[in-house]
Design a protein around this ligand. Structure first.
Ligand SMILES: [Zn+2]
Length: 100
């Protein structure tokens, strides 16, 4: 049997390395996805400022989230535009929902 040349050994070692590297990269991707999912679950409907629960109200199809702790008010994408289009009386009613 012929001994593999140095060049062949180098080639196969590199193939082995590439194969293992791909597996590790796959694991990293999976970890990143899991971490993203974990963070989403952890932060869903939580105040971005203090971390307490948000209370969601629906006013004229605008979903407004108000923090149960620090009273911050949060809007989803596009909702600031919707709020800005409300009449003054509509705005008063919207904020009246939260009045104590
Ligand atoms: Zn808060």
């Amino acid at each position: 049997m012929k001994k593999p040349s140095e060049k062949e050994e180098e080639y196969f070692a590199r193939l082995e390395f590439e194969k293992k590297k791909k597996i590790e990269e796959g694991k990293h991707k999976q970890l990143a996805e899991l971490e993203k999912k974990r963070l989403q679950e952890l932060h869903h409907m939580r105040c971005p400022k203090c971390g307490m629960e948000l209370i969601e109200i629906d006013y004229k199809n605008i979903k407004v989230d108000k923090c149960s702790e620090c009273d911050g008010i949060w809007l989803d994408a596009g909702e600031l535009e919707s709020v800005s289009k409300l009449e003054k009386s509509g705005l008063d009613k919207l904020f009246g929902v939260f009045k104590k």
